[in-house]
Write a protein that binds this ligand. Structure first.
Ligand code: NOJ
Length: 756
């Protein structure tokens, strides 16, 4: 069996490398006709503005530059009409008629939005994630685009960092699996089909390691930590065939990523075999001047020599490379190589066969915001929600009685799409209030009250309202709003409070030093809790929050993230039990900011604290526990799953033998449900210190009430391996603790011994 697979894989690889060399020779033949200026023009990526900006600069004279062959690609414009106009300029009016590539920040859908990436990662549902990405590609290509600036695969252990919302959380294995699923979803069977698009893995690399969670801050980490925890998702995406990579804003070992030769050439190309092209982030080449490594000419030359092929917006390459060439700071071969990689990508996308391949004015009406797409994102949203608390089975709610629906996010379309929904129209999204009405009709009496502003802090509101008013200020006083909500609560059987963050309180440039629910909303929750009515909190937010008070006082908490276009419908599906929640958090929820960074796969230290006995001279805080509020992998269900102890096929193994570890999982509750069964392995003794445990596998299973399934994991030495001090991937003989469970803290264990 194994042999057949590897022969098939070898054939595929042979075909791919044939295709690669085919594109290469075509691109080289074209380059023979190009002037140096035209080659440098291909390295230039511009945005004409008009859409949502993601930096402070917009490109100028875009039209004449396209005609002069000074532009390789465009981003931030959409619709077949607009893309056609730009493509016409390149194909009909530039000397060599070289088509443009059209990119866009398609991060969690194009116009039909699914939840933010942190949300979809909580589904642990790779098939559904791939399907959502394929849907996004179909919508984007219908709008003239062929290049998505996604997946964002930065590992993040610090929820102060706003961009934790854009990735898959803290785990490298899960992050890698999701990265592959997204790349496959976008790129499909062939990049040249008109409903698939090129992926761009970002931000290469380690951007999520920003010190203190402050946006764009310095990153400094050991090579072992990089290789073991931060790099695997990028590598997985490259192995899945991602056509492009975006460099990150941060420095690595003192050299900013966009000019880091070790990163962009030695690691990415030589070690990982990446064959696509590398684009900078928005003006990240220019920003290296502020990092302090030279003027624009110096940093542009360094970027090119390091292996960066395309310069986003800053035009450092466009304006300085000829001078650097004359001064011997770059060579013609350096310029040729970058140009070649960009032209190859355009060949792969089929743009030379037909520059209008993705431009079809009849497609948007057929492919965008369709009923089918809305169904996909509604399902994706329901599968992403995580039930954090459910005392006395308060949820699911009955479809009868009176509910007080309160909170600034309860009757709010504006914030349902979340961060990075640049092409989405929030007016088309479904608010929670509307969703409840859609799902329960008139069978439930809803009394609505806003109850609070998202924040009463005008400065914070101004910060997050840059792209339009997301956090509005009501004309009433906070006390008037709270009173109205309390009156509603008193008249109701139950209170559902929809609270959290506005869309741009997470995402780029949205770090927070305090990650609690804003004070205005906490005051509302306290007043509601004081009524004594059962309180359900629905969270709309983009990061783990500190929720100690909420966890103590609410009866139920549902984490809904920023759920996307079908937000309200999906929230209602879950609240009223049409879908039984199955999400599990992929980033640890701390008890307090002081614990950050906090993550499940931490080291033991030489003075670990077991939780009992005296904490003196142990690794602890004087004023806080070491435990998180909710651990990685945690999430409840309306039903209950019971795990048997682990059964291992052998307790002693040698060499490349395989271990089968299994558990019986039984649904002992009364609802049908899905469970993410998680496999962790600990390696208590090794030549370098290891994490207390690492996720090594998972399976999402569905069980009817009363049903039992045996879940089996096959474990090979590959899953025991790690990077040693020489950065070699090895496994070392000894004991291993195999753990299977419902989250990273609640597992069943079995010890095995594995010899070489
Ligand atoms: C800056 C962001 O860091 C990146 O993720 C995005 O793709 C670019 N801007 C383009 O909008």
């Amino acid at each position: 069996m194994k042999k057949t697979i590897s022969i098939a894989a070898a054939l595929l690889l042979a075909q791919l490398s044939f295709a690669q060399s085919d594109y290469t020779s075509k691109a080289k033949a074209l380059m023979a006709k190009m002037t140096l200026e035209e080659k440098i023009g291909q390295l230039n990526l511009v945005t004409p503005g008009g859409g949502v900006l993601t930096g402070s600069v917009v490109s100028s004279d875009v039209e004449s530059k396209i005609k002069n062959g000074q532009v390789g690609g465009l981003f931030g414009i959409e619709t077949p009409e607009k893309v056609r106009k730009a493509q016409d300029l390149a194909v009909k009016q530039s000397r060599l008629h070289i088509p443009l590539i059209f990119g866009m920040d398609v991060i969690h859908g194009h116009k039909t939005l699914y939840p933010i990436p942190l949300g979809i990662s909580a589904s642990w549902d790779l098939e559904m994630i791939q399907k959502s990405a394929a849907m996004a590609a179909k919508e984007s290509t219908a709008d003239g685009l062929s290049w998505a600036f996604s997946p964002m695969v930065d590992i993040a252990r610090d929820p102060r960092w706003g961009r934790i919302s854009e990735g898959s959380g803290e785990d490298p294995y899960l992050g890698g699996e999701i990265a592959k699923a997204v790349v496959r979803g976008y790129q499909g069977k062939s990049l040249s089909l008109n409903n698939t698009m090129m992926a761009c893995v970002k931000h290469f690399a380690l951007y999520g390691g920003a010190e203190a969670g402050r946006e764009y801050n310095t990153v400094d980490m050991s090579k072992i930590k990089m290789y073991e925890y931060y790099l695997p998702p990028y590598k997985a995406a490259v192995e899945a065939g991602a056509g492009s990579v975006m460099s990150s804003f941060n420095e690595i070992d003192g050299v900013p990523a966009s000019a880091n030769q070790w990163l962009l050439t030695d690691l990415l190309r030589k070690q990982w075999g990446f064959k696509g092209f590398v684009v900078s982030d928005y003006t990240s080449v220019n920003e290296m001047t502020d990092h302090g490594i030279g003027d624009l000419q110096t940093v542009s030359a360094r970027a090119l020599k390091a292996g960066l092929d395309m310069d986003m917006v800053g035009e450092g390459m466009l304006t300085t490379l000829l001078k650097s060439l004359k001064e011997g700071k770059v060579s013609i071969a350096d310029i040729d190589l970058a140009c070649l990689r960009i032209l190859e990508a355009k060949y792969k996308l089929g743009l030379f066969d037909d520059p209008y391949r993705y431009i079809d004015e009849s497609r948007p009406a057929k492919d965008i915001l369709t009923a089918e797409n809305r169904t996909i994102v509604r399902n994706m949203a329901a599968h992403s929600m995580v039930l954090l608390k459910n005392n006395n089975q308060l949820l699911p709610l009955k479809k009868s009685g009176t509910i007080a629906l309160v909170g600034p996010l309860a009757d709010n379309r504006r914030n349902m799409l979340g961060t990075w929904s640049v092409s989405g129209d929030w007016n088309l999204s479904v608010s929670v209030k509307e969703g409840i009405k859609n799902v329960v009709g008139n069978s439930v009496n809803i009394i609505y009250a806003k109850g609070a502003n998202i924040t009463d802090d005008a400065e914070l509101a101004n910060h997050v309202n840059v792209f339009g008013v997301q956090a509005d200020m009501d004309s009433r006083t906070p006390a008037e709003m709270i009173n109205e909500a309390v009156e509603a609560a008193k008249k109701s059987d139950i209170v559902v409070a929809v609270v959290g963050e506005s869309a741009d309180m997470s995402g780029e440039s949205s770090s927070r030093a305090d990650i609690s629910i804003p004070a205005s909303q906490v005051a509302l929750l306290k007043a509601l809790s004081a009524t004594g009515k059962p309180l359900v909190i629905v969270l709309i937010n983009g990061r783990p929050l500190t929720l100690v008070w909420e966890n103590e006082h609410a009866n139920a908490i549902l984490e809904a993230w920023a759920p996307g276009t079908e937000a309200g419908n999906a929230v209602a599906d879950v609240l009223f039990g049409d879908y039984n929640p199955s999400g599990k958090i992929t980033a640890t929820f701390p008890r307090s900011v002081g614990q950050i960074p906090i993550y499940y796969n931490h080291k033991n230290t030489g003075r670990p604290f077991s939780g009992t006995g005296s904490p003196k001279f142990k690794s602890t805080y004087l004023d806080e526990s070491n435990d998180p509020l909710f651990p990685f992998g945690f999430g409840l269900s309306y039903t209950k799953f019971e795990y048997s102890s682990i059964h291992v096929s052998k307790s002693s193994l040698t060499g490349n033998e395989k271990l089968i570890a299994s558990v019986d999982v039984k649904n002992v509750g009364s609802y049908k449900g899905e469970e993410v069964v998680q496999l962790y392995i600990s390696d208590p003794v090794a030549s370098v210190t290891r994490a207390v445990k690492d996720l090594k596998g998972f399976q999402k299973i569905a069980l009817n009430a009363g049903e039992l399934k045996t879940v089996q994991f096959e474990i090979t030495p590959e899953q025991l391996s790690f990077y040693n001090n020489d950065l070699k991937r090895v496994w070392e003989a000894g004991d291993f603790i195999i753990q299977i469970g419902t989250n990273s803290s609640d597992v069943k264990s079995a010890k095995v011994n594995w010899k070489k």
